[in-house]
Design a binder for this molecule. Structure first.
Ligand code: ADP
Ligand code: MG
Length: 206
């Protein structure tokens, strides 16, 4: 069991916002290779707007995460804005009431977030998208047991492995799929940014 409240959510979102900011050029370079060179700048703009939200103004964690999701939908262009937005909306909608939260409940919310991305983007594992990092991350979280911090740490390790495994893949979804075979040999930008998100969770949640 660990605490769930808007302050906890704020530490997670603020850590992710700073990671995105520091890595914006790298994420954009990854997107330059197989996309349109905007993933880092898009997400940085969105997470700056999320970071500007006042945690104290929200009744609970769910309301805060839903607002974060809506903020990303409205400020991040491209494919990733609605996908990230859906993730946070679904996570917020699936969390228990504020107070104490157990690892299995965080796992339920994390899985709901991934399900929202899959429902919206229709990507499967192997399509060279953020789903390739998030799917093994959810599985690792589920398999990690009752310790919230250990579960997020396991998820972060699995996410990084899923991200690395996108390198040889040929993209079948999103802008990178227009390149066909030429998309192979490059790391997927979205799988890279969601790994930063899970690594932030591992640092701040639990
Ligand atoms: P855009 O491709 O519109 O410029 P971004 O550059 O911000 O959007 O984001 C690209 C990332 O979005 C890709 O690296 C990939 O991980 C992710 N992505 C694209 N399409 C999908 C999809 N259908 N499902 C899941 N993720 C996707
Ligand atoms: Mg792009």
């Amino acid at each position: 069991m660990t605490a769930l409240n808007p302050d906890v959510i704020h530490t997670w979102l603020a850590d992710f916002a700073s990671q995105v900011h520091e890595n914006a050029a790298w994420l954009t370079d990854l997107d330059r290779a197989i996309g349109d060179a905007d993933h880092g700048s898009n997400l940085d703009r969105g997470m700056r707007a999320v970071d500007a939200l006042d945690a104290a103004s929200f009744a609970d964690s769910a309301a805060y995460l839903k607002k974060a999701g809506m903020t990303l939908v409205s400020t991040v262009g491209g494919a990733s804005g609605p996908l990230y937005g859906t993730f946070f909306l679904r996570v917020g909608g699936a969390l228990p009431p504020d107070g104490e939260i157990r690892a299995s409940q965080w796992g339920d919310a994390f899985e709901a977030g991934l399900a929202g991305i899959v429902q919206r983007g229709r990507a499967e594992v192997g399509d060279k998208t953020m789903v390739d990092a998030l799917t093994p991350a959810v599985a690792a979280f589920r398999g990690a047991g009752d310790d919230v911090k250990a579960a997020w740490a396991a998820a972060a390790t699995a996410s990084a492995a899923g991200r690395d495994a996108t390198v040889p893949l040929v993209a079948r979804k999103g802008r990178a799929s227009y390149l066909g075979e030429r998309s192979a040999g490059h790391q997927d930008p979205g799988a890279s940014s969601v790994t930063l998100l899970i690594e932030s969770a591992a640092r701040t949640l639990g």
